[in-house]
Every structure is written in structure tokens, then in C-alpha cells.
Design a protein around this ligand. Structure first.
Ligand code: BGC
Ligand code: NOJ
Length: 803
């Protein structure tokens, strides 16, 4: 069943009913001011850091779910309704939500009045704009009372949700005209404030939540709204809000537009006040003046659309598979940009209060956006590499505001360093910018410790080589990609973090997955060396990769598939010898992508993966699921069977299988894998899958779960980047390389070819792939041997591949 449809021309997902199985959200903002916005207008805003600069409040555990956010009430006679259905919950005559790229539109109508609310955060603007157009479609005059409101968060989202003995005393606001200024803690050490404003004179306001709502009431029925009044309350502690009230009178056919603006501003420390204890509001007024009229709003929205046009024109495809096209051209790339902006911080599953930027997550996300924003990718690589230690190990996370490694989580995730090699090689292949390798990059952010980035890569690989276990395979440390496979943890204390405790450092537990990574990225590094004239080093690295490949074949092959690991007592994990967790997906994907054992091993491993792990939504991470807690396995076995790392379809690693199928030349299987959880392909199963049909989720409950097929944790997942790599570089086969663009598709039989446009190093490659007798690659009409389109010098290059 569906709850809406894709409008590919407008690049929107149109939700046609409010009761989606879960809130279906969108992201606004691309620079500093960000908002999450659900299909009923819920969500929250923050400036740069969702924990430290939370602007509006959101209660994750709220009942009902997704209450709050942007609160609009339209009062027409005895009826009160909201354009996005919530908060008023009055059944609407019509209602839909259109989520677009960086904006959302809510259309609602009741009793002859229609509302269109468009919400966006313009480029380079620290404000969320909410344009509300009201239209009288009836034959009588309408006298409406309109409210717009938000609830302030007291900046630090953790304290805001925890330290009430203080919080309930500190809330402060100022009101001037049609603007409420939120200035909690401004009197002391904060130099920033927020504001909520409307571009018309207000009849009244409230800034104290409990006065506005009244006792025993929630957002669906505030007392002020019920009484069509405002109490002019001034918050003193408790919960400050901004609620603005206006009157709008509309003749039949007439419409009126209001522009609400939610902003964030900072003042230089010496210019905080315009009078004792009065916020200097110059900045806010300048910002408001820039968006005072609907025309200014419309121009900003146009500019935003042009920005997305330009971004998405870097890679487009047209094929017989409209769902694949829609994922590639719009939604998959959009999600990649969201993961660039958010990492794993703020979604409807990530509270924005927990993790910083993950080392491995950020490196992998980069694979999905490097072609879109190469300059930002360069900067990101520098930030990431700067938290590495001299021995090649690295902090697992860093805080986006400080860019410092996060000491609470520390290091010891032995896959981490290798991801730096992966993303740097991808960056250089995309851009041809070898100079990044010379970029002075510190260890642990220590001034004076800078060495060329290349040295960081070298140390990454060396870390793996010098940390090997009894079988010559890489030691796993606290965990590898699978954060929940904790082989040195042995936790028996409730609440102890599986990822950071190690009650028994065996110094023995090994990872076949890291072996696969090493072989793949070690060889990529070797090629990089060769490209910059370090052929001896390249050769040495090839030998090392060969050694790990041999160790993997000798000790990491279980007969029909790749083993997952050896535990602290040198026992195999992910082996036919095990009663549960007999086969894991990760090494099947990575070892096959790395080419370990060639096509023969690859095909067998993939056949086993399909046979044991395959279901209609993809491939599960392991099988059979662990049914009891096992201290020698760790967090995996803490999850009920079929959930998360314990045997769900963990979507992130499914594209590895797609790519592995491409590696062994099986285009049908690759596409079959791809479409099983590509959101557009499962839109019809929305009542089962439940999360947004326009973005990937991290996890889909597996066969052994009680809710097989139910997804969770949408948006912030490495699935976005890897799925884009799988479809664009694997299935469509368009791969950036050092000296050209490789065109080497692995198409399924059901696809006869495609047209693609790929912007690469300043040239627009117009690529046609078709089936035919006259096989071969032609560049600007001339036959070219091999699969690489040499770098073109012109603005446009036409490429034809006949397969
Ligand atoms: C989750 C993992 C995640 C880890 C670190 C675990 O509880 O299951 O998916 O990587 O936490 O945040
Ligand atoms: C989510 C984490 O963000 C990621 O780093 C990890 O690889 C996966 N979970 C698998 O555990």
C-alpha cells in the first residue's frame, strides 16, 4: 500500500494522507541552520550542532509521537484547524504534504478556506522561512484568526531534557513588535539568540507555554486558541515559546500571504546589548529585512531549486527502469547530501545528542557525495585524518563544532584507519587532485605534528599489518564495521557500553572482514603509489595484500563461504560449525569485491549468502540469529532475533553484495539485490516497510523478527552512499578513474541500455549504453579499446558503449 506518490518532474514525494505509518520527514538547510520537518510539520531546528545549539524543542519519546514542531492554527468560526493536520488534528477537507529538495509544502483546506504552507531554509541564511498562503474559496467573507508558534529549546538539548531544577528558572524572552526573541542564558555566557517573527502586525502574543496552553491541555487544544485570544504572557523560566496571533479577513476568492521566520543570530561579545540587559537585535532585523516579502521568499526558493538543479545535473540517468532513474537522479543523491550535512547526528532515530561524526561513517558517506561537492569532501578528509594517531589507529568519532577526537569513545575500531584510504583514493580518482596527498595533516589535532596526508594513509595500512592475530588475519579490536561484533568485550554489567568496554583483551580475535578491506584498499593504495612514482612502495603493498589474501583463503574460507572472524579463543565465527550465526554477510561482500579467490570463490560465497541470508527485502546480516546472549560475541546477541545487527537486513552492507555480483559479472543478480530494498521499488509495501519510501533506512527486520519487513532508522545511514556507488559504479558501471571515466556496466537482462550524463573533471560526458552486434566503446564517434574513456579536453564528450 502507498501513502503518496513520486512526482519526478517536481522532484517531490507527495504524501496524500496524514496518517503515514511513521512520521515521514525531510531536511531543510545546507550551511549552518538545519531543520527536520515531518509530513505533519513536526520536527525541530538547530544551528550547526544538534546537541549544543538546539533552537526548538522536540520530545523523542513523546505521546503522541511527533507532537510539537511548527504550530499553526487557523480559526474560522467555531472550527480550528492546521494546514498540516497537526497540531489541531481537525479532519481536513483535503490535505497533502510535498517533500521536495530542501523544502516542504503543506496543503490543507477546510470549510472553503485553503492553506498552503511552504517551509524552507534558504542558502546561506540562518533562518527557517514559513510562507503561509490563505485563500478564501467560499462565497462568503472569512474572518480568520491565525496563530503561528514554536517552543524554544534552552540550547543544550541534553540539559534541556535533563536538568530541570535549573532549566525551569532560566527561560527569558523579549518582545518587540511582531517578533519574539529567545534569550535564555544570553545575560551570561551565550552570545546568540533566536527569534520568531511574522511580517505583519500581530494582535497578540504569548511566550509562556503553560499560559498559552492552559492546564491539562496539549498542542492540539491550547486555551488561547480556543478562546481566540492571547494572554500577552512573558516567560519567566518554565517553558518559553513564541506564539503570534493575527487576524486575516478574506473576501470571496481573496488570498493573503504571511511570512513567518524562525532565526538564529550571534553577536560579537562586545556588542551584545543595546541597553542594560536588552539584546542588540541589529543582526536579526537585518536578517528579517532580507525576507520581508513573499517575493523575497519565492526568489530564495528559486535559488535553492537552482542549487539542486546544478548539483543533481552532475549525474543523471535515463533508462527503462523509472524507479532506478528516480533513485539515482533524485532521492539517493539527496540522501547522500543529507548524510554529508548530518552524519549520524539528527534524525527521528538519532537524537542529535549522542554521537559525534563517526570516522568510518564519514569516510564512507564521502563515497556518495564526492562527485557532488569535491571541495567540501577535501575539507572533510582533512578533518577526519586529523584525529588519527601516530601509530595509525584513530579516534572513532569527533565533534563537528570542535573537530576534536571524542575521548569518551576513544579508539580501537580496527577497520577505521582503512576507510581513510578508501575515501582518499575515491577523492583523487574523482578530482585528479593529487595535491591532497601532500596536504600537511596533524595527528590528534596537535599543532606541529603535521605530515603529508599520504603518510596518514601509509600508517593506516601499516596499522593493519602490524596488528594481526594467530592466523595472520587482522585483529578486530573493539569491533570492525559491525559495531556489535564485540569479541573482546565479555560484558555482564547492565548498561555498560559494548563498544567501549573490554573486560578481556584477548589480543587474538581476528576479522576476516578487515582482511577483505585490506586486500581491496591495500591494492588501491598500491595503485595510488604507482601513480605518484612510488613504485617500490606500491609493489611492497601488493605483496602485503597478497599475503593477507593468502591468509584469508587458508584460514578465512569455511568451505562454502567466507568466515566472519575468529573469537578471543581462536574459535571461528560465521562458520558451519556454529549453531547460530553460521554465516555473515560482510565478508561475502567485501572479500568478493576485493577479488579474494577470484570469481570461483566469489560465486560460491554469493550463492551461499543468497541461500542463507536472502529474503524479499534484501540480505540479512547473519543467519541463524542468536537467540541467547553470548558474552564472547557481544552486542549482536543483545538484540532480539531479526533486529539490527542480529539478523535484520542491515541495508548498509547490501550494496556490497550488489557490487560483489558486479565483480563476478552477474548483472541480473546485482540488479535483483539492488531493487529489493531500493526505496522506490518497495513503495507499494509502505504499510509493512513503514519508513519513508524515498530514502533508505538502516535496518529492515529480518525473517526471524516479529515484524519482518519493518524498517527503522531512516535517513542517516551509510546505505545511502554505498547504494549510490553500487548503482552508479556497479550496475551502470560509470566509475571515475585516475586517467579517465570507466564505462563498464553490469546490466540485468531486463535493461537494454541507458543514457547517462556524468560531469567529470569539467567535461560533460554524454553516455549511451546499448545492446547490439557492433560491440565496443566509441568516444566522439571513434573506437577506443578497453573500458576507459580517456580524459576529454572539451566541454562535452559523447560516449557510446555497445554491449
Ligand atoms: C547499534 C549500531 C551502532 C552502535 C554505535 C549500536 O547500538 O546497533 O548500529 O553502530 O550502536 O552507535
Ligand atoms: C551504525 C554505525 O553508524 C556504523 O558505523 C556501523 O558500521 C553500523 N552501525 C554497523 O554496526
Amino acid at each position: 500500500m502507498r501513502y503518496g506518490y513520486f512526482d519526478d518532474t517536481a522532484r517531490e514525494y507527495v504524501i496524500t494522507r496524514a496518517d503515514t505509518p511513521l512520521p515521514w520527514i525531510n531536511y531543510l538547510g545546507s550551511d549552518g541552520f538545519f531543520s527536520l520537518i515531518s509530513n505533519t510539520c513536526g520536527g525541530y531546528s538547530f544551528y550547526k550542532d544538534a546537541k549544543l545549539r538546539r533552537i526548538t524543542r522536540f520530545r523523542y519519546n513523546n505521546v503522541p509521537h511527533d507532537d510539537g514542531g511548527r504550530l499553526f492554527y487557523i480559526c474560522d468560526g467555531d472550527t480550528t484547524w492546521s494546514p498540516a493536520f497537526l497540531p489541531a488534528k481537525t479532519p481536513l477537507d483535503h490535505c497533502r504534504c510535498r517533500h521536495g529538495l530542501g523544502y516542504s509544502v503543506f496543503e490543507g483546506g477546510k470549510n472553503g478556506v485553503s492553506a498552503e504552507l511552504t517551509v524552507t531554509v534558504p542558502r546561506h541564511t540562518d533562518m527557517e522561512l514559513q510562507k503561509l498562503v490563505l485563500k478564501n474559496e467560499s462565497t462568503e467573507e472569512k474572518k480568520l484568526t491565525v496563530y503561528g508558534a514554536v517552543e524554544w529549546c534552552l540550547w543544550n538539548a541534553v540539559d534541556d531534557a535533563a536538568n530541570f531544577q535549573r532549566n525551569w528558572n532560566i527561560g527569558e524572552v523579549e518582545i518587540e513588535g511582531s517578533t519574539v526573541f529567545h534569550k535564555t542564558e544570553y545575560r551570561e555566557r551565550r552570545n546568540h539568540y533566536a527569534f520568531y517573527s511574522v511580517n505583519a502586525p500581530v494582535d497578540g502574543f504569548d511566550t509562556d507555554r503553560d499560559t498559552f496552553l492552559g492546564r491539562f491541555r496539549g498542542w492540539s487544544e491550547p486555551r488561547a486558541v480556543e478562546e481566540r485570544t492571547s494572554f500577552r504572557s512573558i516567560a519567566a523560566g518554565w517553558a518559553p515559546i513564541a506564539a503570534l496571533r493575527l487576524s486575516v479577513t478574506l473576501a470571496p476568492g481573496e488570498s493573503s500571504t504571511l511570512l513567518f521566520r524562525l532565526g538564529y543570530a550571534e553577536n560579537p561579545p562586545g556588542r551584545k546589548f543595546s541597553a542594560p540587559d536588552v539584546v542588540n537585535k541589529e543582526r536579526a532585523y537585518a536578517m528579517l529585512a532580507a525576507y520581508e516579502t513573499p517575493a523575497q521568499f519565492d526568489a530564495a526558493l528559486e535559488e535553492l531549486k537552482a542549487y539542486w538543479d546544478a548539483l543533481l545535473s552532475r549525474f543523471t540517468v535515463r533508462s527503462s527502469e523509472d524507479k532506478l532513474d528516480r533513485m539515482v537522479n533524485i532521492w539517493n543523491q539527496y540522501q547522500c547530501m543529507v548524510t554529508f550535512n548530518m552524519s549520524r547526528s539528527a534524525s527521528y532515530y538519532e537524537s542529535g545528542m549522542g554521537r559525534g561524526m563517526g570516522f568510518r561513517d564519514s569516510c564512507q558517506d564521502l563515497l556518495g557525495f564526492v562527485h557532488l561537492i569535491p571541495e567540501r569532501a577535501r575539507e572533510r578528509i582533512h578533518d577526519i585524518a586529523s584525529i588519527q594517531s601516530r601509530d595509525g589507529s584513530t579516534y572513532h568519532q569527533y565533534q563537528p563544532l570542535t573537530k576534536r577526537g571524542n575521548a569518551d569513545v576513544g579508539s580501537g575500531f580496527n577497520d577505521d584507519p582503512l576507510w581513510l584510504v578508501a575515501c582518499t583514493c575515491a577523492y583523487v580518482r574523482e578530482t585528479g587532485d593529487f595535491s591532497i596527498l601532500d596536504e600537511p595533516t596533524p595527528f590528534n589535532n596537535e599543532e606541529g605534528s603535521e605530515v603529508p596526508l599520504m603518510e596518514h594513509l601509509r600508517r593506516s595500512l601499516n596499522y593493519t599489518l602490524t596488528h594481526r592475530g594467530p592466523h595472520g588475519l587482522p585483529l578486530i579490536g573493539r569491533a570492525d564495521w559491525n559495531d556489535c561484533l564485540n569479541l573482546n568485550c565479555f560484558s555482564h554489567t547492565p548498561g555498560e557500553s559494548f563498544q567501549t568496554c573490554s573486560n578481556y583483551e584477548s589480543g587474538k580475535a581476528e576479522s576476516v572482514f578487515i582482511a577483505g578491506m585490506f586486500v581491496k584498499y591495500g591494492r588501491e593504495y598500491a595503485e595510488l603509489c604507482e601513480r605518484i612514482g612510488l613504485s617500490a612502495e606500491g609493489e611492497k603493498m601488493r605483496a602485503a595484500a597478497g599475503e593477507i589474501e593468502a591468509a584469508t583463503l587458508a584460514h578465512g574460507w569455511d568451505g562454502e563461504w567466507f568466515l566472519r572472524a575468529y573469537d578471543a579463543f581462536e574459535r571461528p565465527v560465521g562458520s558451519r560449525e556454529n549453531d547460530e550465526g553460521r554465516i555473515f554477510i560482510e565478508p561475502q561482500g567485501f572479500c568478493v569485491m576485493a577479488g579474494i579467490g577470484g570469481t570461483e570463490y566469489g560465486k560460491r560465497a554469493l550463492a551461499s549468502a543468497e541461500a542463507h541470508l536472502g529474503n524479499e527485502f534484501g540480505m540479512e546480516v547473519l543467519h541463524p540469529c542468536y537467540t541467547t546472549y553470548r558474552d564472547y560475541i557481544g552486542e549482536i546477541s543483545s538484540y532480539p532475533p531479526g533486529y539490527k545487527e542480529n539478523g535484520s537486513v542491515f541495508c548498509h552492507n547490501n550494496p556490497w553484495i550488489t557490487l560483489a555480483y558486479c565483480t563476478v559479472g552477474d548483472g541480473d543478480a546485482a540488479f535483483n539485490m539492488y531493487r529489493r530494498n531500493a526505496p522506490a521499488y518497495i513503495e507499494d509495501r509502505s504499510e509493512v516497510h513503514r519508513t519513508e519510501p524515498y530514502c533508505y533506512s538502516q535496518t529492515i527486520a529480518g525473517r526471524q523478527a516479529r515484524t519482518f519487513g519493518e524498517a527503522k532508522n531512516s535517513w542517516l545511514t551509510g546505505t545511502a552512499a554505498w547504494s549510490f556507488v553500487a548503482v552508479s559504479q556497479g550496475i551502470l558501471g560509470i566509475r571515475p578513474d585516475y586517467d579517465g571515466l570507466i564505462v563498464d556496466p553490469s546490466l540485468p537482462k531486463c535493461m537494454d541500455g541507458f543514457h547517462a550524463v556524468r560531469l567529470f573533471r569539467g567535461t560533460r560526458y554524454e553516455i549511451t549504453v546499448r545492446r547490439g552486434e557492433d560491440k565496443g566503446l566509441r568516444v566522439d564517434g571513434k573506437p577506443v579499446g578497453g573500458k576507459t574513456v580517456p580524459l576529454a579536453s572539451g566541454a562535452v564528450c559523447s560516449v557510446e558503449l555497445v554491449i
